[in-house]
Design a protein around this ligand. Sequence first.
Ligand code: GLC
Length: 752
Amino acid sequence: MKKYIVLAALLAAACGGPVRKNVPAYLDPAKPVEERVEDALSRMSPEEKVAMLHAQSKFSSAGVPRLGIPEIWCTDGPHGIRPEVLWDEWDQAGWTNDSCTAFPALSCLAATWDREMASLFGRSIGEEARYREKDVLLGPGVNICRTPLNGRNFEYMGEDPYLAGAMVVPYVQGVQENGVAACVKHFAVNNQETRRTKTNSIVGDRALYEIYLPAFKAAVCEGGAWAIMGSYNLYNGQFNCHNKRLLCDILKGEWGFDGVVISDWGGCRDDDEAVTNGLDMEYGTWTNGLTGAPSDKYNRYHLADPYLQRLRSGAADEATLDDKARRVLRLIFRTGMNQERPFGSFNSPEHYAAARQIAAAGVVLLKNEDGVLPLQVPAGGKLVVVGENAVKKMIVGGGSSSLKTKYEINPLEALQEAFPEAEVVWERGYVGDTSTSYNRVDTGQDLSEARSPEQLVSDAVAAAEGVDAVIFIGGLNKSAHQDNEGTDRLGLGLPYGQPEVIAALSEVCPRLIVVNISGSPVAMPWADSVPAIVQGWYGGSESGRALVDVLSGAVNPSGRLPFTFPLALEDGPLKTERQYPGILPEGEKWWQEYYEEGIFVGYRWYDTHQIPVQFAFGHGLSYTTFEYGEAKVSRKSLSAGGSMTVTVPVTNTGARDGAEVVQLYIAPPSDWVAIPGSLEDPLSRPAKELKGFEKVYLKAGETREVTFTVTPQELSRFDADEHAWVADKGVYRLLAGASSADIRAEAQVEFR
Ligand code: GLC
């Protein structure tokens, strides 16, 4: 035997490699992760295991110094890498090397309806997190847009679980190929900011499994997410950071999740449940604003000294502790101790180009009559731009997704860049939010204004008269009761008197273009009086250029709405305070919110009840046109275990290249569709549901066939009594459309 060791040593020396001798398994990168986990676990004391389960600072938790196992460092957020903070503060630490690339908000990513964009986004932000030596990215968020008023809709991916699920998978995979964990949030049924830490979401199983879980399940079961963040609210009476049904039964049980459950910051509320109900890492307790307890009391965390006491007294078992520690070790071997992982990059030209490409692909052309767009401004001509959102920097603010970025190009700067030979004039039009800082990060702008609202409108109208083009750029912003974590909006309309400004401008400018920059739907009662409307988003560092790429025609718009724009809030499914924002019944400690609309969220509600909307889910125009041919099926019937395809030819019938998002909706057998008043019927079904989409880029005149696969799963509903997906027998309609309201081709399949 000795001679072989000598031979191996000689060979290794000859190859110039280090001679590895008696390296423990957990330190040997050649060993499988699970073997390294078990070896490390076997070497750790209970105290060392417990120390890994809770924060040691605002965004880090302990490793095992004695064994050379590193700490875990987390960072917000879904749109870019948060600036470094002080050890135990929310405020930035004032570093000078942590200004990041700000990518678009996830509502913009969802609006691209392009899995490739999600992959590019994940890879790029993962490279930035890796370069900043972060192990866990606290994002993406995939909570469903149940109400247009949710302050964090801008951070999420719309009203449909299939779209959110399809887009989250490539994002997660892109992040994790950098050896950084995606921490998908906020799990689950966390669909508002109002009283988010004290509201109990009461949801039936059918809505839970058909609407609120699918995107998380896709992230875990298809995306392979290494971390999940529990949400602040309660579900069916238990806090979600230690909710037995969500974390133990569904996430780790039904889905087989092998990663870590991280609490939201301050979301852990109970010593015993923290131990027994599936929480693995506790962050933010005490110093999160939930309680005013002095900071640096990390030993008082629920999974700190109180847990050790339970272990020592026998009130808590070692097996549960080992399961938690095993998961944290697995996270460490996938990230910090993964010697294969790349080194990332930060603020690279590639990342800014990616941010611009994604942001432009998400811009949605909602209306364009008389060819008002693309924008034409002759050399020497005059373009008047009205609105605070033409200049206001939007990356700072809005809560934990706020960033310190290298730069942010606003729309006005981009318009001046794109039309250098024209005179580009800006008028404020209205005053919205003049604040410019968040967590000690400041945009450096001065948004103060001395003029009265009347004067502002009068000045804007005077400037707009008789010029070549006028663009109003308004919408929401990241201040309280706008697109902002911790508060919901107070209404669907545009704030700050914007409708009046739009009305006044449209009087003097028949070819007025309106750009709405927001992360949520807004009411547009003025939509009929303007010929061109564009939905911009919070587009990140390159937001202005991305928007102008579309307005100028450099990029053909291809975005589609990830949520419905209703005509009015009261048209929606949330009719009572019980439904939203919840009530506080006599004797109850927590607010109670009843998801009584069940599965009828977004277009599922409007379509089924034939309620007209301003702009439909999936809607978006192009500078070219597309025609759909006949939908053809590979077979006319389907039975359990079978599959079939439906193919639709799509032609670019216009004069320029463009992209079409071909959407597949499935309509159940007609006698199953819900009728008004039958919401309670557990077997009622929406008029149609999104079950596939493909974004196809077509040259002018080109035709491409788009094929979707349909199995019984796509035909199924979730039966709460059977706790199973059930495909009912009958004839289903397969609808290929350019939006949920614009069906272009149809076929049928009978499930037998
Ligand atoms: C916040 C947010 C969460 C964020 C965390 C850390 O309260 O809910 O999304 O990642 O705390 O900032």
